[in-house]
Design a protein around this ligand. Sequence first.
Ligand SMILES: Cc1ncc(COP(=O)(O)O)c(C=O)c1O
Length: 338
Amino acid sequence: MSAGTTQDTVDLRSDTLTRPTDAMRAAMASAEVGDDVYGEDPTVRALEERVAGLFGHEAALYMPTGSMANVLAVRSVVEPGQEVLCEASAHIARAELGAHGAISGLTMRTWIHPRGQLDLPVVQRLLAPDMGPFFVQTAAISVENTHNFAGGAVLPLDDLQALRTWADQVGVKVHLDGARIWNAHVATGTALASYGAVADVLAVCLSKGLGAPVGSLMVGSADAITEARVRRKRMGGGMRQVGILAAAGLHALDHHVERLADDHAHARLIAEACGVDPQTVDTNIVVVQRDDAASFVARAGEHGVRIAPVGPDVVRIVTHLGVDRAAAERAAAVLATL
Ligand SMILES: Cc1ncc(COP(=O)(O)O)c(C=O)c1O
C-alpha cells in the first residue's frame, strides 16, 4: 500500500505527505557520508553538483527546507532595506511567516493575479529604482513556478523570458521559487535549464512531488552559494553526515520526476469530480471554490478523503506519489457525491 493511502483513507492535503519508498530508504541506508560542514559529504556534493548542472548554474546548496532555501536565495539578491516584488499569494509572501522581513530585513510589494501569473506591465509599474532617501529600492522580482496557492499553475516560459530581458535592462535580479519546478518541467516539457536561464537564483524542493522526506536546494552563482553557505550555518543549518538525506534526493531525481505526469492525470480526474474544469489544472493541485469549505472538508474526511481548506471558501487538493490510480479514483468517486 502506498504512503498517503490506507484501506480507509486517501490523503490529498499536500504532496509533502509522502513517505520514503522502500527503494529510497535502501538508497539512504547505503549512502556514503562525511561531515558536510567540512565539505566532506560526498553524497551531498553529488546532489549539489547534479542539481546545479540540471539548471545550468554554477553551484547549489543543500538545505533542510524550501523556506530556508527561499530565504537565503532571496537574501542573495536583496540587501536589508531593499524590496522584492512578488505575486500576492506567493509562498514567500504568505507562508514563510515573515522570515524575509524578520531575518533578512527586506520588504515586499506585491501584484495580484488569480492564477499567480507574472503580470509584466504591472510589475514594470511597481519597479522603484534607486531614489536615494525617498523610496525603498526594488532589487529583485520573485516568481513561483508552479504556483502553489494558484492551484499548481505553470508560468509560461515566454513570460519568464520577457521578465529576464526586462530585468537585465533595468538592473534587477530574478528569484524563482521552484519548489515544484519539476511539475512545470514534466507538464510542459520545458527543460530545467531553460527555467534556470531566466533566474539569477532558484530554490527547488525535493520534499514535495519528488517524495524525499527532507531537502531543498538553493541554486545560483558560485559566489552566491559561498555566501549562502555562511548564512546557512549562521541560521543553524550546518548539517553533518547529511548525505543520508541527500541520498533520498538523488534517488528521487532518478526515479520520481517522470512519474509526476501520473499525479497530473490524477489531479485532472479529481478536478472533474469536483466540478472544476480539468483544463484549468496544469499540474498536481486542484483548487475548489466552496462557500461551505469547512463542512466540505469535514464531510470528505468522514468518507475517508483528507483534503485541506486554504481559506474560508477555498479548498486545496493535492495529488502525489502516495496516491495511486485506484486511490485517486476512490477519492474522485467520494468527492463527486459531495
Ligand atoms: C511554492 C513553495 N515554496 C516554498 C515552500 C517551502 O517549503 P518547506 O515547507 O520545505 O519550507 C513550499 C511549501 O509547500 C511551497 O509550496
